[in-house]
Design a protein around this ligand. Structure first.
Ligand code: CA
Length: 306
């Protein structure tokens, strides 16, 4: 009799506990840690209870993103903040009925050193658009064909895949804070698969008409002759050849004071003091497919520094 009573009380307690656990609406930021120093594109991760249907992310009371599927996370571009600035992150979780709960606030310090922007495409969930920093300039084959791809990478596991059409180039950009910089250099890795090939172009994007853009201070991997061209204020043939299915590393150093551009291709300098476009013309750094041919280009390990 006593044993039966103990069993039924235990059952009641466990049902109540289960009930409470089911009803709770909870959210906590588990990354980054409170008090930590962060850099780059930060993957903000949460722990939530089962009831959560949506999590909205805030940095300093400004909404930066919302997420409607587990795992509830977002990517935060810290390059828009100045060095050694302090920021407060929190998340608001909602259940199916619109009830809300707010997480504890997490305080972090942003320190990117002399890196103006960098992205290795690792923080993003695969097959999503890396919209923490990047935005679509020209549509190419359509939004669903440009995304962070898994299993193709120069380093890590992921890179960004762009797909363009012959009639409509794919171009994706990021706004950089280049005010007052006299020198700037950028590096990236680029790979064009032989299976669905086009050419590639990257550098600083500039609108030159209502529907026409161009790239200055950049590099063109031309598909017609597999050659590399440098594009300062004018275009020049470098004599270098790129290969399909091969990750090539390109570095471009810009001297905005002397308006000169130098280029390295796989660690070998191939362009010397090409006349460059002024900094004031554009602060939009862009990755693109080649105009006039349809296909895919992969980019990885983009880094822009002072
Ligand atoms: Ca990567």
């Amino acid at each position: 009799m006593v044993a039966e009573r103990i069993v039924s009380v235990a059952l009641l307690v466990s049902i109540l506990l289960l009930h409470c656990r089911e009803e709770a609406l909870e959210v906590a930021i588990i990354y980054p840690d409170h008090g930590s120093v962060v850099e780059g594109i930060v993957r903000v991760e949460t722990e939530t209870s089962d009831k959560v249907r949506c999590v909205i992310f805030y940095v300093d009371d400004a909404c930066i993103d919302s997420c409607r599927a587990a795992p509830f996370l977002c990517c935060w571009n810290t390059f828009v903040h100045s060095g050694n600035s302090v920021h407060h992150l929190y998340a608001i979780a909602q259940d199916f009925y619109g009830n809300e709960i707010c997480s504890d606030s997490v305080q972090v310090i942003v320190d990117n050193g002399d890196i103006v922007f960098a992205d290795d495409f690792e923080p993003y969930p695969p097959h999503t658009y890396p919209d923490a920093a990047w935005f679509e300039i020209w549509l190419g084959a359509g939004s669903e064909h440009t995304y962070v791809d898994e299993g193709v990478a120069n380093k890590g596991l992921q890179s960004i895949r762009l797909r363009g059409l012959a009639s409509w180039v794919r171009t994706d950009g990021v706004e950089l804070n280049v005010d007052g910089l006299e020198d700037l250099s950028y590096e990236l890795s680029v790979m064009i698969p032989s299976a669905d090939s086009t050419g590639a172009m990257f550098g600083f994007f500039c609108m030159v008409g209502p529907q026409v853009g161009t790239i200055y201070n950049g590099v063109w991997f031309r598909s017609e002759d597999n050659s590399v061209y440098a594009r300062g204020i004018l275009e020049t043939y470098t004599g270098c050849t790129w290969r399909y299915d091969t990750w090539h590393r390109v570095r471009v150093a810009l001297d905005y004071d002397q308006l000169r551009m130098n280029v390295w291709f796989d660690d070998e300098q191939i362009v010397f003091d090409l006349p460059a476009a002024p900094r004031e013309w554009t602060d939009t750094f862009a990755l693109a497919t080649e105009y006039g041919s349809a296909g895919v280009v992969y980019y990885d390990d983009v880094s822009v520094s002072e």
